[in-house]
Design a binder for this molecule. Sequence first.
Ligand code: ZN
Length: 310
Amino acid sequence: MIDQSCENILVGGLEAGGTRFNCVIGYGNGVIIASQSFSTTRPQETLAKAADFFEQSISAHGPLHALGIAHFGPIEIDRLAENYGKILTTPKPDWSDTDIVGFFSAIFDVPIAFQSDVNVAAMGEHYFGAAKGIDNFVYITVGTGIGGGVFVNGQLLHNRAHPEIGHMRVPHDLTRDDFKGCCQFHGDCLEGLASGIAIENRWGSPGDGLTKDHPAWELEAHYLALLCVNLTSCYAPEKIIFGGGVMLQKQIITSVRERFLKMMQGYMPSLNTKTIEDYIVLTPLDGNAATKGALLLAQQALVSPAKSLK
Ligand code: ZN
């Protein structure tokens, strides 16, 4: 729940994506009062830019009382783990083992909360977006990579690690799609077949360079429908929400719904042509789910620091 007493306390939020860093300051109710965005380059350079933004914000607006970091994964979020706050093995050059929480806590003496970017985006959807009032849902981002955050009974689903939904295996019919897949770990996992990078590698052009009727989008809808079948089978969520750069191709969603219903074969009768438009949806937050969620995360660190700090 949002703690009303903290809604007017200034906090910082960072959406640290694999492609861009989005820094904001604002309040736990999702109101952003200043922001800055820049490309993700080498770790020290990128983190220093983020720290500069927060230091300048403090000079201009007063002290920040907590920091919420929504970071691209895989990351260690178990506070009891020796490498808590660090990035784990990632294909992104130079970023493996980077100590994110250590970097910021050496500069800012405030509670710092650390969570995966997709989990924080799911928090943003829960409080401010398509999942307001819904306690069981999945948020999926389809961009450079594919990731997902799961809410169960109003809580994020994570134990020692955050889910890695993008790396689930899906049927890959080589007679229909002979692209081998581009995941460095698994080849043709979902991310290897349907991420923005996969689209670019398969078709020789980034998605935003392809026409709306390009066959890329029907194939993309096929893989995302398989994802929705798997998510429905595993979690029986009340809603599946899609965000991320690839989903700016909004025509995909209609085909995902149709294909999903066909694949389900009426197995869950509550999911039908009448209800499908409320079940598989696009985010209404226009790319702000993770930054708003990061402010919320920061506020939670302030209210319950023991839950967020090592
Ligand atoms: Zn993979």
